[in-house]
Design a protein around this ligand. Structure first.
Ligand code: NAD
Length: 331
């Protein structure tokens, strides 16, 4: 019997890494998950899970030992509020994690390496209007990435290319555009807009308003987690070594996002805009031309379906914590 492909998922205690681990185990891969923390909301599906801090070389060597393929998802990251106020820590930690991991992978003769980049590498000067032109992969240069977080991503994309050209390590680079879904962070300051809005709506009384960062007119596209892991896997199987967008190309405003989530909750919710809060670029959308060409596939879960699952999962978590007001039964 052929032996199973041995895979390392770094960041397997985090949102995408946890879902990807489940996906790979279901496809009969042997998976080692590594993170500084266990998955928060359910046990890992990994065959082996090691708690390791990947900023350190010896831990990266241990993590990549006897491994065929690495999916690198470990990162110190969060939503716009977190990345705008923790630039030094993010650049320091993520540079250490990613450089040490790719070098250890090379030393341990790993065959394939996937790096998870972000739409945050795209230049600010292309994202100044809400009605933005969707971003194509080649728009990355001339570079003007998101300060801190985005520059480390862009730098690591190039490191991957150099490791392929100079050392023969077969790399893949994926640029995620706002991935969301159940089992993702929804409070504590690192959460992203779909989770933050779902939490606020779940906690709000019918007929009241929630706080919205910015004026609500800023635009984004959102990709559901099941499509994300499917896309990662397809990219890993492809021969495409250049960076590839992975996101939805349906652009909506934050106002529209709040309206959809309110509709799902069955409540009527207003918006209180806080213009002092960070809101990131004015508009962002993914151009999926290359994604379709390369993967012969594209994300298909609708925003409404994805938000429905996400909202009710977050509502359930808040309920378990006793944070929701129960409706009083009227005799
Ligand atoms: P996440 O924060 O849920 O997961 C990242 C995991 O990395 C966490 O569990 C964290 O504990 C772990 N980690 C942090 N420091 C570590 C260290 N020193 N050693 C080992 N593990 C460490 O984030 P995610 O949303 O699952 O993101 C996964 C990857 O995708 C990251 O590279 C992220 O930058 C990228 N990305 C995500 C999105 C998105 O919308 N979620 C968008 C663009 C890019």
């Amino acid at each position: 019997m052929a032996s199973l492909t041995r895979v390392l998922v770094t960041g397997a205690g985090g949102f995408i890494g946890h879902h990807l681990t489940k996906y790979l185990v279901e496809r009969n891969y042997w998976v080692r998950g590594v993170d500084i923390k266990e998955p928060e909301y359910e046990p890992t599906a990994a065959d082996e899970f090691q708690l390791l801090d990947l900023r350190y070389r010896e831990n990266c060597l241990q993590a990549t030992k006897d491994i065929d393929e690495v999916y690198g998802l470990a990162a110190n990251m969060g939503g716009i509020g977190f990345i705008e106020t923790n630039k030094a820590v993010i650049v320091r930690d993520n540079t250490l994690i990613n450089l040490q991991t790719i070098e250890a992978a090379r030393e341990n003769s790993v065959k394939k390496y996937l790096y998870t980049s972000s739409a945050c590498i795209y230049p600010g000067y292309l994202q100044k209007e809400a009605d933005v032109t969707p971003l194509k992969e080649e728009h990355a240069y001339p570079a003007d990435a998101e300060d801190g977080y985005g520059w480390e991503k862009l730098y690591m994309e190039r490191v991957c290319r150099h490791y392929t050209e100079d050392f023969g390590l077969d790399t893949r680079v994926v640029r995620f555009h706002n991935i969301f879904g159940p089992l993702g962070t929804y409070d504590g300051g690192r959460e992203k807009s779909p989770a933050a809005i779902s939490r606020k709506v779940a906690l709000a009384d019918d007929g009241t308003s929630i706080e919205v960062w910015g004026d609500g007119k800023q635009t984004r596209s959102y990709c559901y987690i099941d499509d994300c892991v499917e896309g990662i896997y397809r990219l890993m199987q492809s021969e495409h070594r250049e960076p590839l967008n992975l996101g939805q190309d349906r652009m909506i405003s934050i106002d529209e996002l709040v309206e959809i989530v309110s509709g799902i909750s069955g409540k009527k919710i207003g918006m209180d805009y806080d213009l002092t809060k960070p809101q990131g670029v004015r508009g962002r959308n993914s151009d999926n031309t290359k994604l379709r060409e390369v993967l012969k596939w594209e994300p298909s879960v609708s925003l409404e379906d994805g938000l429905e699952k996400t909202y009710w999962w977050i509502e359930g978590e808040l309920r378990k914590k006793g944070l929701l007001k129960e409706a009083v039964a009227v005799a």
